[in-house]
Write a protein that binds this ligand. Structure first.
Ligand SMILES: [Zn+2]
Length: 419
């Protein structure tokens, strides 16, 4: 079992240790690992992620980059290093930990204790999970919902505790002692001694992670999004330097949006709402106009089309209209009270074909469309009364429609519409 220097000295970033084992790569684990008799490197556990840094010989001649740290079930801590020459057992080595990464972890982790305690004290919402990600952290709260007001109150209280710069102490006690002390979270595993993290007069929690000495070092806590999850509500937060970075990024994004609207950043939501309302109104007005144009155009086309038998066959390709418009037009043409067949093409957007007939007319648009798309190099189909399809290119539309119109006219002449 590796002696954990960070248990009692969370600030220790440089230390000496003796190599007790070197684990070669095996199976899925492609990297070798160095085991020391003692270490200040923190292994991933309890929601906090591992430290990185260097292990090197005293003269600095040999250097091993520590890329991950993990603990085995027997309490051994593995320092994973890049593959290459490795130290021999018994060698004394110096470990040095990436200070900025560790400080960040200490800020996030202690901040987590404070925000979890705030939710529990104010609303009896117990923290059931903690995750530290590369950008943000989350806690899982055992509750059905967290309102905006509750989140704001918890954040205010947590930040008050930070501004008061309360001391954070470490105590080692027996589980029995811990139970008498009102500890927020006691792990279920049987241990002789528990390590308690004590945020003075605010929170007492059993934890093996690294924490700051005073709450002021957390800097601040920023609560972000909340999500309903199966076990409760997941609350995202960031502390210290991360809060600064993420607030800066938010401000840059808002400023960019505000520049687009030529407004103040605080007016961006109102501006977005206004633009969306305007866009919605413009779309509605455009739809109404399209409807009117289709109606007028259909009336004119029907009045100009000759009657063949008792049917009017109308075929046309529109260079500047899209599928939506020709569908609308086909509908108007075939529901105006006359027997009509509409064979329409649209070249604006993806080249499209729409065939329609007055319901009950004797042709089969689905069959005609299959014929048309096989000639035009597209795909499509439909029912007896309405079919739609595509063409490989716009210049295939006109010849295809001309050929299909010929087919329909000859079917009328032969009286063989249903074959
Ligand atoms: Zn902790």
């Amino acid at each position: 079992m590796t002696h954990r220097l960070y248990y009692t000295a969370p600030d220790l970033l440089d230390f000496e240790g003796k190599v007790v084992d070197v684990v070669p790569p095996s199976g899925e684990e492609k990297r070798p690992a160095i085991v020391l008799d003692q270490t200040a490197f923190y292994p991933t556990s309890g929601g906090q992620v591992f430290d990185t840094g260097w292990i090197s010989s005293n003269g600095g001649g040999e250097k091993y980059r520590v890329i991950e740290v993990a603990e085995r079930e027997d309490g051994t801590i593995l320092h994973f290093v890049e593959d290459g020459a490795l130290p021999s057992q018994g060698t004394s080595l110096r470990g040095s930990i990436d200070a900025q990464r560790r400080r960040d972890h200490m800020q996030q982790h202690t901040g987590q204790h404070v925000i979890s305690a705030a939710f529990e004290r104010l609303f009896e919402m117990r923290t059931v999970s903690f995750h530290m990600g590369d950008e943000t952290c989350t806690i899982g709260l055992e509750t059905k919902a967290v309102s905006d007001e509750q989140a704001a109150r918890a954040a205010t209280l947590a930040n008050e505790i930070i501004f008061e710069d309360r001391p954070v102490h470490i105590h080692f006690v027996t589980p029995a002692e811990a139970r008498g002390m009102g500890v927020r979270k006691i792990p279920p595993v049987d241990r002789e001694k528990l390590r308690l993290i004590d945020v003075r007069d605010f929170d007492l929690c059993a934890c093996g992670g690294t924490h700051v000495h005073r709450t002021g070092q957390i800097g601040c806590i920023l609560l972000r999004k909340r999500e309903k999850v199966r076990q409760g509500v997941r609350v995202e937060f960031v502390c210290g330097r991360r809060a600064l970075l993420i607030a800066g990024r938010d401000y840059a994004a808002l400023t960019e949006a505000a520049t687009v609207f030529s407004s103040h950043v605080w007016d961006v939501p109102q501006q977005v709402r206004k633009v969306l309302d305007e866009a919605r109104a413009a779309r509605k007005s455009s739809e109404n106009l399209q409807e009117e144009i289709a109606e007028l155009l259909a009336a004119r086309m029907l009045s100009e089309a000759p009657l063949q038998g008792n049917v009017k066959v109308i075929s046309q390709v529109f260079a500047d209209r899209d599928l939506t418009f020709i569908k609308l037009l086909a509908q108007k043409l075939t529901r105006a009270g006359e027997n009509a067949v509409a064979l329409l093409g649209a070249a604006s957007g993806a080249p499209a074909l729409v065939f329609a007939q007055t319901p009950g007319a004797p042709f089969d648009m689905g069959v005609l469309m299959k014929e048309a798309v096989s000639a035009a190099g597209g795909r499509g189909g439909g029912t007896r009364d309405l079919a739609q399809g595509g063409a490989a290119s716009t210049d295939r539309l006109q010849p295809t429609i001309t050929a299909i119109a010929e087919r329909v006219r000859s079917q009328i002449l032969n009286g063989s519409a249903r074959t």
